[in-house]
Ligand binder design. Sequence first.
Ligand SMILES: NC(=O)C1=CN([C@@H]2O[C@H](COP(=O)(O)OP(=O)(O)OC[C@H]3O[C@@H](n4cnc5c(N)ncnc54)[C@H](O)[C@@H]3O)[C@@H](O)[C@H]2O)C=CC1
Ligand SMILES: CC(=O)C(=O)O
Length: 324
Amino acid sequence: MQDTKIAIIGAGRVGSTFAYTLATSGLAREIVLIDADSARAEGEAMDIAHAVPFHRPVVVRPGAIDDAQGALVTVLTAGAAQRPGEARTALFQRNVEMLRDVLQGVMDVNPEGLFLMTTNPVDALTYVALRLTGLPPGRVFGSGTVLDSARLRAELAGHCAVDARNVHAYVLGEHGDSEFVAWSTASLGNVPIPDYCSLAGMVFSRTEMDAIEQRVRRAAYEIIQRKGATNFAIATSLTRIVEAIVRDDASVLTVSTLLHGEYGISDVCLSLPAIVGRHGVTRTLPVSLAPEELSAMQRSAEAIRGVIADVADLPPAIPPSLPA
Ligand SMILES: NC(=O)C1=CN([C@@H]2O[C@H](COP(=O)(O)OP(=O)(O)OC[C@H]3O[C@@H](n4cnc5c(N)ncnc54)[C@H](O)[C@@H]3O)[C@@H](O)[C@H]2O)C=CC1
Ligand SMILES: CC(=O)C(=O)O
């Protein structure tokens, strides 16, 4: 942790909340907040820095793109966000141009670091970032469905009245409308969730499962409708991913990463459980999917491909391996 520097590009609602969460986590020694609106980056950095005396030492400061130099991770949270009712995919064209500028600037000063994408649509933009940087796939990845899996675990913990930390359940595929729950692997401790519910005398039929899945898939729309943005849970999700990197934890997280033939899918980024540590994503884990889940994964890959198809002038495709 001695000289751990994290660069955050985008000091808006997500970037500033993440900077605050990270500053209070004790994981970083330096956090640089970079935004096209430099006054905003300055104001957020000042405000967060005044919270530091209650926590472990960390320097929180505003900066320019060149200040991403030496960052272990550059986290991208800049760009357009959804308006109420708008799908994430509608942001693609607006955010791709921002990405081209920002990535080039960071690559000029920090070609050795990791990129953690958050800006939506996160899977399509993670893929574009990989193609534009030409970096090894393990070093450019997205927050993917880490947030959605947390939403699912919160729902299941509420339904079963147990500690969410003991709920093991994943949302896979796109971080978006085609995402799906891998119900066949969902467990509470070591017990499949339906088995636990019947043990505890709780109802857990297809109706409950569908309602939970729908609430998870619709969560961002519902929150944005009410408060205009989502920021707290994504900030905590990003802090969790950065923790796995900084501490080299080899944690299993459903980040968005390039697929190399998993489930017959290649050359697209989407979320599977993956090992995340200091070198980024080092491998994906196989999940035994039910036939309908496998179809959902393939539909999700097609949905993301449909978004990426709109972007021209990308450098050649990435070689089929996952080196760090
Ligand atoms: N992947 C996920 O799970 C989530 C993704 N998001 C996405 O994160 C992104 C940011 O959302 P918010 O923070 O709510 O938006 P926001 O509008 O509050 O902040 C965006 C910031 O980006 C800055 N910006 C725009 N272009 C820039 C550039 N070229 N260089 C530097 N800064 C630039 C703006 O000045 C603004 O401060 C959106 O795309 C949103 O959809 C939000 C929540 C969850
Ligand atoms: C905005 C967004 O992607 C989310 O909260 O899931």
